[in-house]
Design a protein around this ligand. Structure first.
Ligand SMILES: Nc1nc2c(c(=O)[nH]1)N[C@H]1C(S)=C(S)[C@@H](COP(=O)(O)OP(=O)(O)OC[C@H]3O[C@@H](n4cnc5c(N)ncnc54)[C@H](O)[C@@H]3O)O[C@H]1N2
Ligand code: MOO
Length: 472
């Protein structure tokens, strides 16, 4: 049987935004396999290994560590798995599109085409400040001018001119608009052109840009500031959009301080402040950030009773005495879709399905490892739930050699200089100094990269979206 994410004769990855939206809208689109909404298997044996249910005997620390190396999913496949898991969740949940006021729609995806509600321009309008005139020159200038925002002016008669402002309605019988700088009036208040006059000049005819009902933008368009402007011009007060996936962040660790300087073995929580805006930039609505220390019961309650689309935990993914994420997932019967990824930093990251339409991403506690987990698992998942288009993959040459891991992919902070990516220092799993200065993360294949070698780059949302845009 074909699983939902893998369609016969077609790569599951080829599902596009429109199709994802069809799912959001409740239209299942082309036949998609199993009706139960379960996340698909990738077909790769390592992934098959990763998704088996962990029995209660498999969460002993020693045993788990031995296992997880074996089960670790290759980095590209982990991303695909996250995307497919989200597609299955969309199929299962059929989240209804919502109507959002324009000022709340930025960064969301259109769930209905944007069709013009009016002609644009809605009436014949002057493109310039000057005179509306009728017939051949000279013209006698009417006392009363025409300003923008006023009701229809009286029609012109042949040989008549009226002062007109840019954006004002064109009087009936106007043949051209003469710009202020292209006309002069004589002592009898007659207007003479100082340039050749071309019929229809500087008149924007009604419907020049669109007619009422014309499709301006398709389903799946990301709502940018320009889209908001167009929607307003076209008569919209609200937009029909895909709702943001709801996310809860659970920050684990008794050693974390929320203010002041580190002391007595305690350190500042770097992830509590970093993750919510980053998740928002990835399309999420962050409902809560909850610090629950190393209390396994509190973690169990928080995960078991969450109604978020995605629960993100930080820390507790490894095999230490207070690493509670695996045991809690086992206890609630979650299904591990990804249990460790062949990537550095961040290899203990995990993705679990809690319910058909609810997932958990476990980010490792080391801060750069958490960033790696965010971009590897949370980004494709949230992007798909939010029906955002996948970014076009791109590569740049690395200026310097990058030391590789023998078997795993590395994600290395880089700055972009001209057409090359410059790897940054301070890229250790516990360090944020490199990423805080970075434009992107370079994907360095197992074995490393030579100077001049092309590397895939993962943009950071603020370098492409602009800081004010991407966090709203
Ligand atoms: N025996 C092994 N130990 C570890 C392995 C391993 O393979 N075998 N993997 C290491 C790797 S790699 C990582 S990454 C970490 C992942 O650990 P956890 O996800 O269990 O995270 P914690 O143990 O809770 O914390 C690790 C580290 O990060 C600091 N931390 C945690 N939360 C925060 C936060 N919100 N802000 C700042 N720093 C945080 C925490 O204090 C620890 O220093 O496991 C390795 N161990
Ligand atoms: O995954 Mo860990 O990040 O190598 O420290």
């Amino acid at each position: 049987m074909t699983s939902p994410g893998t369609r016969t004769g077609e790569k599951a990855d080829d599902l596009d935004v429109e199709e994802a939206l069809a799912l959001v809208n409740g239209n299942p689109g082309p036949p998609s396999g199993t009706p139960d909404g379960r996340a698909s298997q990738t077909g790769a044996s390592s992934h098959d290994d990763a998704r088996h249910h962990r029995g209660p005997n498999h969460h002993g620390a020693t045993h788990r560590h031995g296992d997880s190396r074996h089960r670790a999913t290759p980095w590209p496949e982990a991303r695909t798995t996250a995307e497919r898991a989200a597609r299955a969740a969309v199929r299962a949940a059929r989240r209804a599109p919502v109507s959002a006021p324009l000022d709340a729609a930025l960064g969301l995806t259109l769930a209905a085409p944007l069709a013009a509600l009016t002609d644009l321009p809605p009436f014949d309008t002057s493109a310039m400040d000057g005179w509306a005139v009728s017939g051949p020159a000279p013209w006698s200038v009417r006392d009363e001018g025409v300003l923008a925002g006023h009701a229809a002016p009286a029609p012109l008669t042949d040989g008549e001119a009226a002062r007109i402002a840019t954006g004002a309605r064109i009087p009936a019988e106007t043949t051209v608009v003469v710009r202020t700088e292209h006309g002069r009036t004589d002592e009898r208040n007659r207007l003479h052109p100082t340039r050749k006059v071309v019929h229809g000049q500087d008149i924007r005819p009604r419907g020049q840009e669109c007619r009422s009902g014309d499709q301006l933008l398709p389903v799946g368009t990301l709502v940018t500031p320009a889209v908001l402007g167009l929607a307003a011009a076209a008569g919209y007060d609200t937009l029909t959009v895909v709702p943001r996936p709801r996310v809860e962040v659970l920050v684990l660790g008794d050693e974390l301080l929320t203010a002041g300087l580190p002391h007595d073995g305690l350190i500042r929580d770097a992830l509590g402040p970093m993750l919510p805006p980053w998740l928002r930039a990835l399309g999420a609505e962050v409902r809560t950030v909850c610090r629950i220390g190393d209390d396994v019961e509190a973690l169990h309650r928080a995960v078991a009773f969450s109604d978020a689309d995605l629960v993100v935990t930080t820390g507790g993914t490894a095999a230490g005495p207070v690493d509670h994420v695996h045991p809690v997932l086992t206890r609630i019967g979650a299904e591990l879709l990804v249990d460790g990824v062949k990537v550095r930093p961040g290899h203990p990251m995990l993705l679990a399905r809690l319910k058909d339409d609810q997932h958990l991403v476990g980010l490792p506690g080391n801060p750069l490892a958490a960033v790696s987990g965010l971009l590897t698992l949370a980004e494709p998942l949230l992007r798909t739930l939010a029906a955002r288009p996948a970014p076009e993959p791109y590569t740049l040459q690395l200026r310097d050699a990058v030391h590789g891991h023998p078997h795993d992919t590395r994600l290395v902070p880089v700055v972009l200089r001209g057409d090359r990516a410059v790897p940054l220092r301070y890229n250790g799993p516990a360090m944020l100094r490199g990423i805080a200065a970075a434009d992107a993360l370079a994907v360095v294949p197992p074995g490393g990269a030579r100077p001049g070698q092309e590397a895939e780059l993962l943009d950071l949302p603020w370098t492409t979206g602009g800081i004010g845009v991407c966090f709203t």
